[in-house]
Design a protein around this ligand. Structure first.
Ligand code: SF4
Ligand code: SF4
Length: 309
């Protein structure tokens, strides 16, 4: 039987080989600090119509309830940053994370490969992979595992990599060597709060009123977008990257090297006026297999028309 530190190093090394940006490991224990924060956030109705956020309350706070006998959460970061953007400066905008193939599939596959590696090379474990999954408080777990801190924009920030990455988790019943949380480095900066066009971030930061966030309004929100947001969407029609773009910790963000996340040439070539004429066939051609299909054609058209008014 290998030493725990040796096993931990093997898993970390394999995660890098699989293309993960970084990895952090924490105990599968209840997130007690998050309980009050989550209750307060839900009570204020900041989750808008995302009522699924109210479900699985106990499971969300306690990763050990998701996998029988769970001892460890392995949190992993997967880079999606790219310098590529539509060639026409005034083209409508889609958040960078949605440029390529649906990340759930890409990352889940890699997480399952890591689980297979553990079972084959280390010993049989019970475990489960999660990617952007409703019952998991991914950011809080990543903080606990030392991957970064929660910035005033409420995103996970890594001192060396910024914030343009997806998170995924493996919850397993094997004890490993655990990482320590890192301190916050937002300091006196308020760039994200100042730049948010809809004032979705609270004045002091660290709290997001999701029901005012462009990401929520363009993706999760059903029905008409409220008139109070007219002229504030900054041409975003799916998601929003503004509070990441202005964050100083993203200055050194590297480009990903995941072929599945590459944007289609046709998408990059879209001119502003072409967006306003988007047909259903063109929508399918541009976005088949990407996260944008979530809004369906009608949803994206609603967003385009709202920006155009
Ligand atoms: S994603 Fe956009 S709208 Fe949402 S908080 Fe950040 S800057 Fe504001
Ligand atoms: S922009 Fe400034 S305040 Fe906002 S998350 Fe980044 S470092 Fe923190």
């Amino acid at each position: 039987m290998k030493y725990r530190s040796e096993i931990t190093n093997l898993i970390k090394k394999e995660s890098k080989r699989l293309g993960f940006f970084d990895i952090g490991i924490s105990r599968a224990e209840k997130l007690t600090d998050e309980e009050i924060r989550l209750k307060k956030w839900l009570d204020r109705g900041y989750h808008g119509s995302m009522s699924y956020m109210e479900n699985y309350f106990d499971k969300r706070l306690d990763p050990s309830k998701l996998v029988p006998g769970a001892k460890t959460v392995i949190s992993l970061m997967y880079n999606y940053h790219t310098d590529k953007q539509p060639y026409e400066g005034d083209a409508l905008k889609v958040s960078k994370y949605a440029y390529g193939r649906d990340y759930h599939k890409v990352i889940k596959k890699k997480l399952n490969k890591l689980l297979e590696f553990i079972n084959k090379e280390i010993g049989e474990v019970t475990g489960r992979a999660f990617v952007d999954s409703a019952p998991v408080l991914e950011k809080a777990l990543a903080v606990r595992s030392g991957l970064g801190w929660i910035g005033k924009n409420t995103l996970l920030i890594n001192k060396y990599k910024g914030s343009y990455f997806f998170l995924g988790e493996l919850i397993i019943d094997l004890e490993l060597v655990y990482d320590e949380p890192v301190s916050s480095h937002c300091g006196n900066c308020t760039k994200c709060i100042d730049a948010c066009p809809t004032d979705a971030i609270s004045i002091e930061g660290y709290e997001l009123n999701a029901s005012k966030c462009i990401s929520y309004l363009t993706i999760e929100h059903k029905g008409n977008i409220p008139n109070e947001f007219k002229g504030k969407m900054e041409d975003y029609i799916f998601g929003c990257d503004i509070c990441q773009e202005v964050c100083p910790w993203n200055r050194f963000a590297e480009n990903h090297n995941e072929p599945d996340f590459e944007p289609k040439e046709e998408f990059l070539k879209m001119k502003r006026e072409e967006w306003f004429d988007l047909s259903e066939d063109k929508f399918k051609e541009l976005f088949y297999g990407t996260p944008v299909v979530r809004t369906k054609y009608e949803g994206l058209r609603r967003n385009i028309e709202f920006v155009n008014k």
